[in-house]
Design a protein around this ligand. Structure first.
Ligand SMILES: [Fe+2]
Length: 377
């Protein structure tokens, strides 16, 4: 069985958004677009430097979510919306189930990995993740009359909790961090399109009214802080691109699709974010860019961060918050693989071993389908 500490110290390529934001037509901006496209093709992931990221916004966001998830479960439960498929509001721990255990292509991907690079044992991992989650929509949902998927476009829930001023702090803090993350992905999506030789706005336009979600997770490290605990089982995300800000506790491992190596993510201090490809991007690129597998576990670095945090901020809740944002294509957008990308994917697969990851479709192809249908499936 793999252990949580056997990871590669590979540094992912870094794409700098600054030249593109200054002059998108400059050669240096174009070079960065190629970095973005090539990194996503090779690794399914890339580090992003965005000069617009306000440092304090991530801290304010992490503080707010720590305070929120430290409240009694009965209070949090009021923010659940099971009738909306949990697409807004809170999802309490042991509800979300990683899809891999029941998804043949995912299990086949694990089987093809070198045993030393496999995720923490998916069979012995609990059936549901011991993490909670909050979904907060960023951007305006389409009017109910304009979408076939109103459940995926529901209005936000603001926690009605006076303790720690949670209710007062909530809307502005969530909106600022969510808008920051969305801005970074909007720009990266444009750069990716250019780097792939496509129309620059092709992805941004398809996601203009997407059901984008600020989607932090919370793991109570008092109760779930034992070495090798799986906080989120091996899976891919079903959105277009996922972006992560820095968490206060390491533990996110990603798999680089073309190498099959497990990489412990380290997001540098400063204006850096991590972006990973989701299955919608895999679908529209016909498998040229594969959705990136990842897991969150308690490893030795997590434990070191716990010790440090207890020393430096003994009064704060010991809860690991992930600073996660899901960027979606619009629910009513019809995904069909882009011909140019399909051609490149075939070329790439021809003379070359593309690694152990055959994609979420298991090699069966990517049928035309609306994003909303895909998400509901
Ligand atoms: Fe994920």
């Amino acid at each position: 069985m793999a252990d949580s500490n056997n990871t590669t110290d590979l540094v992912l390529p870094i794409v700098d958004l600054a030249p593109f934001l200054t002059d998108a037509s400059s050669p240096i901006a174009h070079a960065q677009c190629l970095v973005a496209a090539n990194a996503l093709i090779t690794y399914g992931a890339v580090l992003v430097h965005d000069p617009r990221v306000p440092h304090a916004a991530n801290d304010a966001f992490l503080d707010l979510l720590e305070d929120y998830f430290a409240q009694p479960t009965a209070l949090l439960a009021r923010d659940q919306r099971p009738e909306l498929g949990y697409q807004v509001g809170v999802t309490l721990e042991n509800t979300e189930r990683p899809r891999c255990a029941s998804h043949a292509p995912c299990l086949a991907t694990i089987a093809r990995l070198d045993p030393a690079e496999r995720p923490l044992d998916i069979i012995s991992a609990p059936a549901a993740d011991p993490k909670s989650r909050f979904f907060w929509r960023i951007g305006d949902p389409p009017a109910a009359a304009d979408t076939a998927f109103p459940l995926l476009n529901a209005h936000n829930v603001i926690p009605d909790i006076a303790a720690c001023d949670i209710k007062t702090r909530w809307p502005a803090t969530m909106s600022l961090w969510g808008t920051t993350m969305r801005g970074a992905v909007d720009t990266l999506a444009d750069m990716l399109a250019v780097g792939l030789g496509l129309e620059p706005l092709v992805f941004r336009a398809a996601g203009a009214r997407g059901a984008h979600l600020l989607a932090p997770t919370a793991s109570d490290l008092h109760r779930h802080g034992k070495l090798d605990t799986v906080l989120a089982g091996f899976h891919t995300d079903l959105n277009f691109l996922t972006i992560h800000g820095r968490s206060r506790y390491p533990g996110l491992n990603i798999w680089a699709r073309n190498t099959g190596r497990r990489i412990a993510v380290r997001i540098p201090q400063g204006n850096y974010l991590l972006v990973q490809a989701g299955t919608q991007l895999e679908h529209v690129t016909g498998g040229l860019i594969r959705a990136g597998y990842h897991e969150v576990v308690v490893n030795k670095a997590t434990l070191a961060a716990v010790e440090r945090r207890q020393r430096e901020a003994p009064d704060r809740p010991l809860i690991r918050i992930s600073s996660t944002f899901f960027w979606h294509l619009e629910s009513d957008y019809t995904m069909r693989p882009i011909e140019e990308c399909v051609r490149r994917a075939r070329e790439l697969e021809k003379g070359k071993d593309i690694g152990p990851d055959r994609g979420y479709d298991g090699g069966e192809g990517y049928p035309e389908m609306k994003v909303g249908e895909f998400v509901q499936k």
